[in-house]
Ligand binder design. Structure first.
Ligand SMILES: [Zn+2]
Length: 375
């Protein structure tokens, strides 16, 4: 039991994991961009200072949807990334520390509106590794990201979106100083990491760092993530490693980029074109959450494109295992309310199988299932 703000006690991540599957939150920068609060391109989170109410509302929606965890909305907030985010000639009036601190305050404030909702401090890859391969500088950058999360007493830390196992190992080594539970996710698909390290080796090396949760996030769709997770599980089993798996996949379908290193970023329509026709349906989320759970994944949330109603679908699908429904009581259980419709053709859809078996159409007679990577 960890002491939360004030006098209430809340369960920590490891206790929640013992009780059943944990539900994470969803998309942040991609969703804020659609709503007009984030710039496409740099994807940096200055919205926490410029539009705090918009960020708070999105976190609140994830919490109402059933998320057990709110991540500090400060993805990619490290020095080099952040300067890149300002247009030339435009003065930078906010620092990375100011953004990270505001993100912590916002996540804490909204988590207290819920019950037993954890705050997760998110660490991201740094340019000093990617561009300079400067390990000492990278370590120092992770150190300064971590300092803010220690100062603001988040409940656990998550390193996410790592393309290189070597960089992630440095980050986790730094994270241990926090004495908090540690989660980590790589942005890998079947090709393994961006240095050519296999999925299996990444999984085993992640587990051997001693992290409490290891897995994947972003870049790939449900089906690709399930294939990668299966290989991770098998590799861990072979080594007798029992580490829990975590997955926060994309909310779009993009099977054609499975064998690329940059996943959906390789699609011609990313990011401004038309990813919407590829959006997963909530019943596809039900099927994914069940399949991931059956593979042994014990922390399921979402990354880019996973909106609040998708997170709610995870919480609803896993309600029997979690022994609770999402907090939005007027939506639970969702199907029963279809009976209250005045339309008979809606009433008769009060049947989960009907929705699970449906093949959603795009409404565009000339829209192909897959787009060309030539654009
Ligand atoms: Zn993402």
């Amino acid at each position: 039991i960890t002491m939360a703000k004030g006098d209430q006690c809340k369960k920590g991540l490891l206790e929640l994991l013992k009780e059943g599957p944990v539900v994470g939150d969803g998309s942040m920068c991609m969703t804020l961009e659609k709503r007009g609060y984030c710039r496409a391109g740099p994807w940096t989170p200055e919205a926490v200072l410029l539009y705090p109410d918009a960020v708070k509302q999105l976190l609140r929606e994830y919490m109402r949807a059933g998320a057990d965890v709110l991540q500090t909305p400060c993805f990619y907030c490290s020095d080099g990334m952040f300067k890149k985010g300002s247009k030339s000639g435009e003065p930078i009036s906010y620092t990375t520390d100011a953004i990270n601190e505001a993100a912590c305050r916002i996540a804490h404030e909204i988590s207290k509106e819920g019950k037993d909702v954890l705050v997760c401090g998110g660490l991201s890859p740094v340019l000093s590794y990617f561009r300079e391969k400067n390990m000492e500088k990278a370590r120092a950058e992770f150190d300064s990201q971590l300092d803010v999360f220690i100062k603001y007493k988040v409940d656990f830390v998550l390193a996410e979106f790592f393309a290189y196992i070597e960089e992630l190992e440095i980050c986790i080594d730094v994270m241990k100083r926090s004495k908090m539970p540690i989660a980590c996710t790589m942005r890998i698909g079947p090709l393994g990491d961006s240095n050519g390290v296999s999925v299996e080796e990444c999984a085993v090396r992640m587990a051997r760092t001693g992290a409490d949760l290891i897995g994947i996030n972003c870049l790939y769709d449900f089906d690709t993530c399930l294939k990668t997770l299966k290989r991770m599980r098998d590799a861990l089993d072979k080594e007798g490693l029992k580490t829990h798996l975590i997955c926060q996949p994309l909310g779009w379908r993009c099977p054609e980029v499975e064998h690329t290193l940059i996943g959906y970023l390789d699609l011609p329509e990313t990011p401004l074109g038309s990813l919407e026709p590829r959006q997963v349906t909530r019943f596809e989320v039900h099927a994914f959450a069940r399949a991931a759970y059956d593979l042994g994944v014990r922390y399921i949330g979402g990354c880019c494109g996973m909106e609040p109603h998708h997170i709610r679908a995870i919480a609803q699908e896993l309600a029997p295992e979690r022994k609770r429904n999402p907090p939005v009581e007027d939506m639970c259980p969702p199907l029963g309310y279809l009976q209250l419709s005045g339309l008979s053709n809606i009433k008769k859809k009060d049947n989960k199988q009907y929705w699970i078996e449906q093949k959603p159409g795009s409404g565009r007679p000339f829209s192909p299932a897959l787009s060309s990577t030539e654009g």
